[in-house]
Design a protein around this ligand. Structure first.
Ligand code: GTP
Ligand code: MG
Length: 211
């Protein structure tokens, strides 16, 4: 662990939003990323939940704040209000439910309509451990991601396969965008800012529910 992380300092803070149909495993991905835990039962997310963690990416300390949204239609107007503040988006489907993959187009539309134009998106096919129940081929996911110039990974929130990688690869791409475009990272309107963390006790981080 870098001394900057252990002392509570970080170079950038990236806000991510996780979207996708109900039950695809969004909250489990977050829990696996932040706490290395898996929850067997489906606890419906109400509105939006928050989680976060600071990681090292390309020799930089990146504080990642994550908004885990409800897949349920009823909460969409609430979750939309969070899109604008995000620089990273994970669009999640369940590889054992083709419907959840078909609906990704709906989530892409949501993101394009309500998200920032700088949003860095990753398509995620979750529940990779359930290979025998697979309904969505790896190639289908990869193709859709390529069409939209998104990153792509298949993950398992249960076995943890590719979960850390998903967050790290997105952060790497956001860092590259910052370097390439020269976006001023201190501008709050760009959602990427350099800040000194005053909460040194709480590095592995806050988790609370809203709405
Ligand atoms: P909403 O909050 O309702 O939108 O759902 P969600 O997308 O947050 O789903 P959640 O993370 O609560 O997971 C739904 C169910 O899928 C739970 O029973 C999890 O245990 C299960 N699940 C999530 N990820 C995986 C996975 O990678 N593999 C397997 N086998 N089960 C998973
Ligand atoms: Mg959830």
């Amino acid at each position: 662990m870098s001394s900057r992380i252990s002392s509570g300092l970080y170079d950038h803070m990236f806000r991510y939003i996780i979207v996708g149909d109900m039950g695809v495993g969004k909250s489990c991905l977050l829990l696996q990323f932040t706490d290395h835990k898996f929850r067997h039962q489906h606890q419906l997310t109400i509105g939006v939940e928050f989680g976060g963690k600071t990681i090292d990416v390309k020799n930089k300390s990146i504080k990642i704040q994550i908004w885990d949204t409800a897949g349920q239609e009823a909460y969409q107007s609430i979750t939309r209000t969070y899109y604008k503040g995000a620089i990273g988006a994970l669009l999640v489907y369940d590889i054992t439910k083709h419907d959840s993959f078909d609906n990704i187009n709906k989530w892409i539309k949501e993101i394009k309509t309500h998200g920032s134009k700088d949003l860095c998106c990753m398509l995620i096919g979750n529940k990779k451990d359930l290979e025998e129940q697979r309904q969505v081929k790896y190639e289908e996911g990869k193709e859709l991601a390529e069409q939209n110039k998104y990153l792509f990974l298949e993950t398992s929130a249960k076995t943890a396969e590719n979960v850390q990688e998903a967050f790290i690869k997105s952060a790497e791409k956001i860092l590259e965008q910052i370097e390439k475009s020269g976006i001023d990272p201190t501008l709050p309107s760009k959602n990427v800012k350099i800040t000194i963390d005053d909460d040194t006790e709480n590095n592995n981080e806050e988790k609370k529910t809203c709405c």
